[in-house]
Design a protein around this ligand. Structure first.
Ligand code: FBP
Length: 554
């Protein structure tokens, strides 16, 4: 393998564990906390998880290890989108397993959850693991989006587990994957398989967090990477003084990534989907809001700026989500084939006009043609519009351009409006993990094995107090059922981990809200620069602004 100098140097980095896990495995004892209840719908969740509901919160402390000695064969999977630090979760898990007993085994099932179904795996050894320490990516075993949720899949997993003598399975994933981890844990317990299931909280989107999980891993590195790029663009904008840059950032529905990048870089505009929904803003409201900032800056002679657009924004615009719902109906079943067979866009446009309500068509009709067409691209497996394929950064810049043209005609806008567009997502998901993510992930993996050793199942590996230096971090575990409630999914009531959206009364949004008017008009850009791996802790070990504000430390 060809190695960059940074990769070689990162191999030497020793991730920091929470103080209480530093003394060696023989010196980690368990402290049982209080029994838990789910965040809502307690009766229903208890009924669905009779074997794993209500277990105690766990923390670890320095003290004699009292776990029963046992040979462990652990299987691990990576599930869903890449997030920086995934390799270190596996490295931490491996090191804890081998430090306990060198005959213990860690198997990595390949390509995500489907690896467990297809029994596609590798057995890790030192040489293999060492090539992935402190690196980004999920290529150590690959990832995938197959969902482990049906009884039939669980039966196959049980057979695979039996074949290898698995004592535990570790699932590294987001809210859906960890919901499925809880269901698998319950199945394994109900069928007396002796296989424990532990989850680890992953996603760059930052939407797997709650009163127990302070942050999902990968959010820190991904947002720092996007913020570096946004800062570079801000500096370019401030140098050339001729473009407004519209930057879409990943993050699926929730706007945590956009908000964190805005806190880091202080752009002129950052849309927050949750606020758009709360204020029931229309597309025109949003375009006007941006156009006002463009006009005010132009009045100050500044015909440039930066606007951050969260990936999921359009779903939060009520009139747009109503339009999408009608389009989904319009193309249900065989009607997609009928639509696709139409000879040209004019015929398709006519079909759409006849099929939509007047209200929905009025919204459709104000969209630029490229967005109208994107709404009719290939559907997702459930037959829905793929909202992430809509180039919302171009949609809003086009709408702002039209609005400014009107203002120009009315004589109120006298500036210029040149645009550039960007989409940052994949650029950050496999970056070398920041020191924070390298430490946090290694700790999550190491800690996952401590939970296994102490016989826990249906738990999420929990490392808290993470806005403080690592020696003050607190390691333990929380029953996944504690984070669950019942939600309607695909027409059915399902027990799921509640997804965390941006809280409009939370400290990160409040800080942004208090400053954004000034940032909109006055150039207040901040240039964070690249993630630093070597150097003073105040430069290299910074957590996110979101976490610092949530913890009252900013
Ligand atoms: P997870 O929810 O699985 O962590 O994935 C997050 C994410 O990166 C989103 O931000 C993005 O919308 C999506 O994955 C993209 O998915 P894909 O990699 O399948 O294109």
């Amino acid at each position: 393998m060809n190695l960059s100098p940074l990769q070689k140097a990162r191999y030497e980095y020793q991730p920091k564990l929470p103080g209480m896990l530093r003394g060696g495995i023989a010196d980690i004892c368990v402290k049982q906390g209080a029994p838990t209840e789910s965040v809502a719908d307690q009766d229903k969740i208890r009924e669905l998880f009779p074997n794993t509901y209500g277990k105690n919160e766990i923390t670890f402390e320095r003290g004699t290890n009292t776990s029963a000695p046992k040979k462990h064969v652990v299987g691990v999977i990576l599930s869903g989108g890449q997030a920086p630090g995934g390799h270190n979760v596996i490295c931490g898990l491996y090191d804890a397993i081998k430090a306990t007993d060198k005959d213990n085994v860690l198997l990595g099932f390949k390509g995500g959850p489907s690896g467990l179904i297809d029994d596609s795996y590798i057995e890790f050894d030192d040489e293999y693991i060492n090539a992935f320490r402190n690196t980004g990516g999920f290529d150590i075993i690959g990832s995938g989006r197959t969902k482990l949720e049906t009884e039939e899949q669980f039966k196959i997993v049980t057979e695979v587990a039996k074949k290898h003598g698995l004592t535990a399975i570790v699932i590294i994933g987001g809210d859906d994957s960890n919901t499925n981890a809880a269901v698998l844990a319950e199945y394994m317990a109900a069928h007396d398989t002796g296989v424990q299931v532990i989850g680890c909280p992953k996603t760059i989107d930052g939407d797997l967090k709650n009163e127990d999980i302070e942050a999902s891993f990968g959010f820190d590195t991904a947002t720092k990477t996007y913020s570096e790029l946004i800062g570079n663009i801000e500096r370019d904008a401030n140098s050339a003084k001729k473009y407004w840059h519209f930057i879409k950032v990943m993050g699926r529905s929730a706007s945590h990534v956009a908000l964190e990048c805005a806190l880091e870089t202080q752009p002129n505009i950052c849309l927050i989907g949750e606020e758009v929904a709360a204020k029931k803003m229309s597309l025109a409201d949003i375009a006007n809001y941006i156009a006002d900032a463009v006009e005010k800056r132009a009045n100050n002679g500044e015909n440039f700026g930066v606007a951050i657009i969260p990936e999921g924004i359009v779903e939060f615009v009520p009139e747009f989500s109503a339009l999408i719902a009608e389009i989904n109906e319009l193309l249900a079943g065989k009607k997609t084939d009928e639509f696709n067979a139409l000879p040209d866009w004019a015929a398709k446009y006519d079909f759409i006009k006849k099929g939509l309500s007047d209200k929905a068509f009025a919204v459709f009709d104000i969209l630029p043609q490229f967005v109208q067409q994107q709404l009719f691209l290939e559907r997702d497996p459930h037959g829905n519009v793929q909202v992430s394929l809509i180039e919302s950064e171009k949609l809003f810049s086009e709408m702002v351009k039209n609005e400014l043209a009107k203002r120009k005609a009315a004589g109120t806008f006298k500036g210029k409006f040149g645009t550039q567009h960007h989409f940052f997502g994949y650029e950050g998901r496999c970056a070398f993990p920041s020191n924070f993510d390298a430490d946090y992930c290694y700790s999550l993996g190491y800690n996952a094995f401590m939970l296994i050793q102490y016989g826990c199942t249906g738990y999420l590996s929990k490392v808290s107090n993470i806005s403080r230096p690592a020696d003050e971090w607190v390691a333990g575990g929380m029953p996944i059922t504690k984070m669950m409630n019942i939600e309607r999914r695909n027409g059915e009531d399902k027990p799921v981990i509640r997804k965390a959206l941006v809280e409009l009364d939370g400290a990160p949004f409040k800080y942004f809200e208090a400053h954004r008017e000034e940032w909109a008009v006055k150039t207040s850009f901040v240039y964070p620069g690249a993630i630093q791996y070597f150097g003073p802790a105040e430069v290299c070990d910074l957590t996110t602004r979101t976490l610092a504000l949530e913890k009252g430390q900013a």
